[in-house]
Design a protein around this ligand. Structure first.
Ligand code: IMP
Ligand code: MG
Length: 180
């Protein structure tokens, strides 16, 4: 796919994503098999496509809630300072929760979110991330369940954006600038 000054190189196909999401859902089904109701918490906006596919594979009673943190803006660099832009609608105290993130990069966002949610004393918490860039980590934090470990490239598609674009791609690709 061609843009003004960059192209998106194919990285993970829609088919590979679907297969991995299905496998991740199996693990979640198993882990929360005895739950009376799981709250699936999507981190906006990047996780919207992942969470919608994931919940369809869950064989559990679920509810869905969303949390929005401050983003990169239009830059490719993490701001490292995380703010909550939109909080959850519901209470999570003594509840089972599954946190759904698109991608863990420096780790600042996930670290902040985990600490915030843990302070609210959920019964059990599992964190899943579709993508993980371990090389980029600045804070020691890890998702319990990762879809794909990827190298240090800026990616788009399947909900993930570059300056708000390319979220609608059904696959994941890497941004490559043309005049580099
Ligand atoms: P972190 O706080 O640096 O771990 O960044 C996490 C957030 O940055 C993710 O939830 C994404 O929204 C965004 N992000 C990190 N890497 C990328 C990328 O390669 N493409 C698009 N967004 C990214
Ligand atoms: Mg995000």
């Amino acid at each position: 796919m061609q843009h003004d000054n960059y192209v998106v190189d194919d990285m993970i196909s829609a088919k590979a994503i679907a297969a991995r999401v299905e496998a991740m859902a199996l693990e979640i089904n198993e882990y929360f098999a005895d739950t009376n109701q799981l709250i699936v918490i999507g981190l906006l906006r990047g996780s919207f496509m992942f969470i919608s596919d994931l919940v369809r594979e869950l064989q559990l009673p679920v509810e869905v809630d969303f949390l929005e943190t401050s983003s990169y803006g239009d830059s490719m660099e993490s701001s490292r300072e995380v703010r909550i832009l939109k909080d959850l609608r519901g209470e999570i105290k003594n509840r089972d929760i599954l946190v759904v993130e698109d991608i863990v990069d420096t780790g600042h966002t996930l670290n902040h979110v985990i600490q915030l949610l843990e302070s609210r004393k959920p019964a059990r918490m599992m964190v899943c991330a579709l993508l993980d860039k371990p090389e980029r980590r600045e804070v020691d934090v890890q998702a319990d369940l990762v879809g794909f470990e990827i190298e240090d490239k800026f990616v788009v598609g399947y909900g993930i954006d570059y300056a708000q674009r390319n979220r609608n791609l059904p696959y994941i690709g890497a941004v490559r600038f043309l005049d580099e």
